[in-house]
Design a protein around this ligand. Structure first.
Ligand code: PXG
Length: 479
């Protein structure tokens, strides 16, 4: 293609709502490298083209309406089509579309948002979050965490404290540090990860990892003590921090037993190591609280956020910096040689402010905590009656169920059958977006979802579970 002249984007939209799907797919395949995608596979199928969205629904280029039970990628908390957020972006772009926060400069939306977040962050056990560092994503924020944690210990004269402990099957992003902190084997296998001084312990996944007869409470304590074992194996004086998601999201909505977090807190306190709560998914109402550490009564030193802070309308992430770290960085630190062009981007911050205001006005966090969250829990628990479902549970507005071959013996399917992907295929065909993580099927609906829409989603989920069971039965994979 001749690129020396100006080339208009190809005309792929014939009229409003009439898209040339095949042409879009062909150009997609020719030019667009997607995240986490097998492009050979994609080329044979053709990408699904999403063209518009409203409330909890998206539409594809063939005009099919799909209930988005994943809020995009765990982020569209306020639902689609919120004019207030578009207006905030437009107005801020016309006033000040960009300016940086380097060189002793600031801008009004960034200051307002930092103040707002400091107000929203609950004080737990006397610990406050008065300071915020901004980035544009969860991955960048976790890179910031690694830099900040190591700087903190350097400033305290303990440079040997370098090691950050994380968990297997955690997701903390896709940059070098983010993917290293994450515990995804497939990511570590590409790019020689993890980087030095990052190590992992097991996740608190009761269904697969509790021993026969072990209660969830006992398992929760045992899983938390893997942290203490690891600290002692490394040498307590070398450990800088422990990072974890309050509820593991991309790992399959792994909800820890109630005993887990208090024991983790006891252990990090005992050895004086920093605690990072990665709330990229869990904050901003997802678990029925502005920040999830409040729900679990944990007292983190740093909190990673992104996604829901703008309901995904524009990229923005950051780190809530607790007083313990902030005081050292600010009072002893001099210049912290770290930051991004888009740290405190005025348009992103203006959209975040509008989003948080909207969520407050519509009481979305309270709704999830007191009304729709408990209702989802009740309806989701009914799924455990289905012959294919080993266990089904929710926490706020995330839910996960595990597809099993035999409920009584907790026998899982052969992974080669990719049963989760079979189920996901039925979901798409039936107008429902659910995520498959192995054989765990998960939901994280927009927080605006009503009780009636919960019912609508549940009916679709049941239809898809039945279709999956029928397909497995016909293929002879069920008893
Ligand atoms: N931490 C957590 C807990 C996350 O869930 C990130 C960090 C990284 O955020 P960014 O903005 O850099 O993507 C995430 C992101 C999935 C999936 O398949 C989940 C995420 C991202 C992409 C896919 O469930 N979570």
């Amino acid at each position: 293609m001749n690129t020396s002249t100006l080339i208009a984007p190809p005309a792929l939209v014939r009229r409003a709502e009439q898209h040339d799907t095949q042409a879009i797919q062909a150009l997609d395949s020719a030019h667009y490298i997607h995240p986490f995608t097998d492009h050979g596979d994609l080329a044979t199928r053709g990408a699904r083209v999403i063209t518009r969205a409203d409330n909890i629904y998206v539409w594809d280029s063939e005009g099919k309406q799909i209930l988005d039970a994943m809020s995009g990628l765990w982020c569209v908390n306020a639902g689609y089509g919120r004019k207030e957020l578009a207006d905030a972006a437009y107005q801020q772009m016309m006033t000040l579309p960009y300016y940086n926060s380097f060189f002793q400069t600031t801008n009004v939306p960034a200051v307002q948002l930092a103040t707002k977040l400091a107000q929203l962050a609950p004080v737990v056990g006397g610990r406050r979050f008065e300071h915020v560092f901004f980035s544009s994503s969860g991955s960048e924020s976790n890179d910031t965490n690694v830099r900040m944690v190591r700087r903190y210990w350097d400033l305290l004269g303990q440079p040997q404290r370098k090691v950050i402990i994380s968990r297997h099957n955690a997701y903390h992003g896709s940059t070098m540090a983010g993917a290293s902190l994450g515990g995804m084997g497939g990511m570590h296998a590409q790019g020689d990860l993890p980087i030095p001084d990052i190590t992992h312990i097991g996740q608190p996944y009761c269904y697969e990892d509790a021993q026969p007869g072990e209660t969830p409470e006992a398992f929760g304590l045992r899983a938390a003590r893997w942290l203490e074992d690891k600290i002692l194996a490394i040498g307590a004086g070398r450990v800088a921090a422990f990072i974890a998601e309050p509820v593991q999201g991309a790992g399959g909505v792994i909800i820890p037993p109630e005993t887990y977090w208090p024991e983790i807190q006891r252990i990090v306190d005992k050895y004086g190591i920093l605690l990072i709560s990665d709330e990229v998914i869990c904050a901003f109402g997802r678990l029925g609280h502005w920040f999830a550490y409040e729900k679990f009564g944990i007292r983190p030193d740093l909190v990673t956020f992104a996604k829901g802070v703008t309901s995904g309308y524009i990229p923005l992430g950051g780190v809530m910096v607790g007083d313990r770290v902030a005081q050292v960085l600010i009072e002893k630190g001099g210049e912290f040689n770290h930051g991004y062009t888009y740290s405190g981007h005025p348009v992103a911050c203006a959209v975040a402010l509008a989003n948080l205001e909207l969520m407050e006005r519509e009481k979305l966090v309270e709704r999830v905590r007191d009304d729709t969250g408990p209702y989802l829990a009740q309806r989701f628990a009914e799924l455990a009656q289905h012959p294919l479902v080993g266990a089904a549970e929710t926490c706020g507005f995330v839910g996960g169920l595990v597809l099993v071959k035999d409920k009584a013996t907790r026998t899982l399917f052969n992974p080669d059958l990719a049963v989760g992907m079979v189920c996901r295929g039925h979901c798409f065909r039936n107008g429902l977006i659910m995520r498959a993580v192995g054989d765990r099927m998960i939901v994280a609906p927009p927080l605006v979802m009503t009780r009636a829409q919960v019912d609508e989603m549940m009916a679709l989920i049941l239809r898809c579970l039945d279709a999956t069971r029928d397909e497995l039965h016909a293929a002879g994979h069920l008893g």
